[in-house]
Design a protein around this ligand. Structure first.
Ligand code: AMP
Ligand code: MG
Length: 310
């Protein structure tokens, strides 16, 4: 007799349900690669350890390793590396990027948090929020069409009726939503929205650009999936000028020391204006498949607060 947690893992790994979900994921990722290639973005391989990573706007447990006395962080996102990768004559980059975020155990119940997940993370030089929105909506349209066409059997097996979203997607301002719906606005709009929506203007990390014409308004955006699936993508126009970056780091009460090399590059005026976004692969697969918990779509899911066997 296997120990029950091992048995549970084996049952999942053997299941036809996981096969159907992985077929949907494969079709989706094929479309992502085709699209990025057609649009001329260059694929970067993932950075998984570095002296710096995304400071994030919410707290997670530290994921740090020591290498001959040097501290290296496990990648939370490649945002800073994406910006740096545009130093050369490159118009756009993308990465299928493994991220480790040691989320507090309460987040196990959200149905959309894992300790390790994968982002499709992209950055476009010289582009604005509106360009990224258009770029992403075209990609969503292609993914939905591909999955509905090639995975009709799998979707039927999963009991999923997948509705093609309406484009262009509607846009809402987060401050406005907070005013009208209160602090739980994200949950409420996700439950009631019939289609994915854009929510703009979130107060968060230093690298999301502030609109200087409207101080304390931010040129960033999230996609909220309908049916209660919640946030699926975050992105922004980026701060790239040294004084602005410093101002925003100070506002977020950040320690500058660890970002010394990044700040040197910014001070030398080498960063370009850019905009981009990242969407969680597992979250989109969960939405496409109509899975109750993100755990179902990751073969070796690490749910915050859970027990891990593989
Ligand atoms: P962020 O920039 O922090 O919003 O992360 C980008 C995207 O990654 C989010 O919009 C989600 O789709 C996905 N994501 C973030 N954190 C997690 C997590 N703990 N588990 C699964 N997916 C996540
Ligand atoms: Mg986010």
């Amino acid at each position: 007799m296997m120990e029950w947690q091992v048995q549970k893992a084996v049952t999942k790994l053997q299941s036809n349900r996981l096969t159907a979900i992985l077929k949907v994921q494969s079709a989706m990722m094929q479309e992502v690669h085709d699209y990025m290639h057609e649009k001329g973005l260059l694929q970067l391989m993932p950075v998984m350890i570095s002296p710096i990573t995304d400071p994030l706007n919410h707290s997670v447990l530290e994921g740090e390793i020591s290498y001959y006395g040097d501290k290296l962080q496990l990648t939370k996102s490649m945002i800073l590396h994406k910006q740096l990768s545009l130093l050369g004559d490159r118009e756009g980059v993308y990465i299928v990027s493994p991220n480790v975020r040691l989320e507090p155990m309460e987040r196990g119940a959200t149905g959309r948090h894992l300790l390790e997940f994968t982002q499709v993370d992209f950055e476009l030089k010289g582009k604005k929020a509106a360009d990224v929105m258009e770029f992403m909506e075209a990609l969503y349209a292609r993914i939905f069409a591909k999955v509905k066409k090639e995975c009709a059997q799998e979707l039927a097996f999963l009991g999923r009726t997948l509705k093609t979203p309406h484009f262009p997607m509607k846009k809402f301002d987060s401050a406005e939503l907070k005013r009208t719906l209160g602090s739980d606005w994200e949950k409420m709009v996700s439950k009631t929205a019939g289609d994915p929506i854009w929510v703009t203007n979130h107060e968060r990390e230093f690298y999301d650009k502030e609109d200087l014409d409207r101080p304390f308004t931010y040129l960033n955006y999230d996609v909220i999936y309908p049916e209660g699936f919640g946030e699926g993508l975050s992105g922004a126009e980026r701060e790239h000028e040294h004084p602005r970056i410093l101002e925003r780091m100070h506002r977020n009460k950040m320690e500058l020391g660890p970002y010394g090399a990044y700040l040197e590059v910014a001070k030398a005026g080498l960063l370009s204006p850019s905009a981009g976004a990242g969407f969680g692969v597992e979250r989109l697969v969960r939405f496409l498949c109509g899975a109750k918990h993100i755990e179902e779509v990751a073969p070796f899911a690490k749910v915050p607060g859970g027990k891990f066997v593989f």
